[in-house]
Design a protein around this ligand. Structure first.
Ligand SMILES: [Zn+2]
Length: 474
């Protein structure tokens, strides 16, 4: 049964989580971040709204490349960098570790912001002793605020979940979908329909139907999203069974653009609904596939995901300008594979080559037959990249694929790093690995409460700064 959002008291939250077999009757601990953020002076302005934008896996190198690519395409900086140049905001770095590792994953990173505690990689808002940590959006809901999650990954993926869920494994996405329903998510837009569908869920519950019964309009493609009446304040939009397809893959399959909205369109749709609510809102927006493209060392896919994210940043900044009582945060959860433009002699022309790409590595792998010949692989990669690759250049890629049983460019068990190394002589983009990194990431805040963030902020300290800015108790 779906809970009415207004009834989601602290006691009810605990009951709900326990009923889902998650908390095992353990006490609910109030978030106590370390170090604690200073309380706001009485005269400080409160933030009515928070928009928290995260590009998953965006290292400083990915941000730099996106800015350079936007300048190549449009002759102007990306929106985030342009806003940084104007000043009048907080900008610094974030320390990204988790409780279990110097190198965090998305589940622990989002939990640090969402709950105020560092937790083990792979878990969502559960302390080491199993105690459930109340997430930010539950607190915001109790304070009367509307709550929203927007992502280009599955809606139940780790980063959105860190603001509203408690599970011991990020893989428990069927459970996370139920928690979103029971905890009163007002607007949820992204991919991951399979975790809401009775045909795909282990328990065969129809979660979209239950959202509808709870008062949500349900939209399943871009046209329906854009046509939905703005007066429908509660909205669930699921635009793919899994993650949304890479923006790059819209080049090879233009029909995708008719069915899959951009991150900016989803952000604008969410803001139109959440801002109509009387007590303000908290919205997380995730560029979820930045991380996936970086894991694959797929520079072209990464650039288009970064521009998609930057357009969502523009939508949020425009909203903030019209609604200055809004705190906007722009950051990343960790670096992934740390790409960089390198001085190999092609640096000034490399990014222009991205225009020739037609497919992500992921799509190229999916459309290549198993055990291709060298000639077949060569034709396939020339078609996918649009580059004049030679047979000699493609041969190491085939060698890297051999022994894996399937034609895959996935990291670590396939040929993605080898293909990326071949492309380095064209694109001038190098990579450190196919994994997450411990790098500090950029952290920008604009609006009421922005001035309180220190120049280097721990990820688990962000939570309390948001609570103080919103005037919500711990
Ligand atoms: Zn990742």
């Amino acid at each position: 049964m779906a809970l009415q959002p207004a009834s989601l008291s602290r006691r009810r939250f605990l009951q709900t989580a326990s009923a889902a077999g998650l908390l095992a009757a353990l006490p609910l601990r109030a978030a106590q971040p370390a170090p604690a953020a200073p309380d706001a002076p009485a005269s400080a302005r409160r933030a009515r709204n928070v928009i928290f934008l995260v590009a998953d896996g965006m290292s400083a190198g990915a941000f730099t490349l996106a800015d350079l690519y936007r300048r190549h395409l449009c002759g102007r900086r990306c929106h985030w960098a342009a806003r940084l140049e104007t000043g009048g905001l907080h900008n610094g770095l974030m320390d990204t570790a988790s409780a279990s590792s110097l190198v965090t994953d998305s589940a622990a990173a989002s939990s640090a912001w969402g709950g105020g505690h560092r937790v083990a990689n792979g878990s969502i808002n559960l302390a080491a002793d199993g105690t459930a940590i109340e997430p930010l959006l539950v607190k915001a809901r109790r304070a009367g605020k509307a709550i929203g999650l927007v992502t280009s990954a599955r809606l139940t993926h780790a980063t959105p979940a860190g603001f509203l869920a408690n599970v011991d494994s990020r893989a428990s996405e069927d459970v996370i979908a139920v928690q979103f329903l029971e905890r009163g998510l007002d607007v949820g837009l992204g991919g991951g329909l399979k975790h809401f569908s009775p045909k795909r869920r282990v328990d065969h519950r129809d979660i979209t139907k239950e959202f509808s019964a709870a008062g949500h309009s349900i939209v399943l493609d871009r046209a329906a999203l854009l046509a939905a009446p703005p007066g429908d304040e509660r909205l669930l939009g699921l635009f793919a069974d899994d993650h949304l397809p890479y923006r790059l893959d819209h080049r090879a399959d233009p029909a995708l653009s008719a069915t899959v909205p951009t991150l900016s369109e989803m952000t604008t749709a969410a803001l139109a609904r959440l801002s109509a609510r009387p007590a303000g809102f908290v919205l997380q927006v995730e560029g979820g596939r930045v991380d996936h493209a970086a894991h694959n060392n797929d520079a072209a896919a990464l650039m288009l995901e970064m521009l998609d994210f930057d357009d969502a940043v523009a939508a949020a900044l425009a909203f903030q300008q019209q609604n200055p009582d809004t705190l906007v945060v722009i950051t990343a959860d960790h670096g992934t594979a740390d790409p960089g433009l390198i001085g190999n002699g092609h640096a000034d022309t490399g990014l222009a080559q991205i225009a020739s790409f037609r497919s992500s590595f992921e799509r190229m792998a999916a459309t290549l037959g198993t055990e291709p010949t060298l000639i077949e692989l060569h034709e396939h990669l020339v078609a996918g990249t649009g580059l004049p690759l030679t047979i000699e250049e493609v041969a190491p890629v085939l060698a890297a694929m051999s022994g894996h049983g399937t034609a895959t460019y996935k990291p670590d068990r396939g040929a993605a790093p080898t293909l990326a190394a071949v492309l380095e002589s064209y694109l001038a983009i190098g990579w450190t690995s196919t994994d997450h990194t411990a790098d500090f990431v950029g952290f920008t805040a604009i609006g009421p409460g922005a001035e309180a963030f220190p120049p280097l902020v721990r990820n688990d300290a962000v939570h309390n700064h948001l609570l103080v800015a919103l005037g919500i108790g711990r």
